[in-house]
Design a protein around this ligand. Sequence first.
Ligand SMILES: [Zn+2]
Length: 200
Amino acid sequence: MKLKGKFRKRKNLVICPICHLELSANDVNINGLVVCPVCGAVIEIIESEGQKIPVVHNVETKRPQPLFRLHTIATHFSIGLLPVAMLAQIWLFFARASGELLGNLDLLLPMCFLFLSIVLIGGILTFATGFVDWKRKYRGRNYEIITRKIRWSIVLFILLSFAIFLFWIELFGWSFLTQIFALGVIAKIGHLGGFLVFGK
Ligand SMILES: [Zn+2]
């Protein structure tokens, strides 16, 4: 609990009084205001006796919706296909280990390569649609949640590119290990995005 307390202090958290989303006090604009990305509350953070007090001044009611929900649609290429590709690799591994190479089993290799490539393309599409939503719905404002999503996305692109490269040069074990990390990063980015959908 102590560690958690320190962690929270470092992130400079403020709770939105309306929807209870955790916001970072670092996200205030030059006027000292922050607009809650979930409920649109226009919040000023005032300091009183060492306490950060969020004061709601207004609510932003006119907000563009995410572009055709493209961000959530695009992310399913990556969320859906990566586990399928990984399961196929596990299956291939055990089939080869048991020496039962049946007929077209080797077709699985180019299929996995194709799936991994679609996962990367899906990731790039997801990033692009998320970026458009950030500029439209969130008006390109600073939000720690979105900054963290962008940073983790860069990590994901590096991991996926590396996994595809390792697969291509037939270092399948190392590629698989990299894919496990990539899957974890996808889950992390999705979890962060969940705050913008469900609040907290
Ligand atoms: Zn809110």
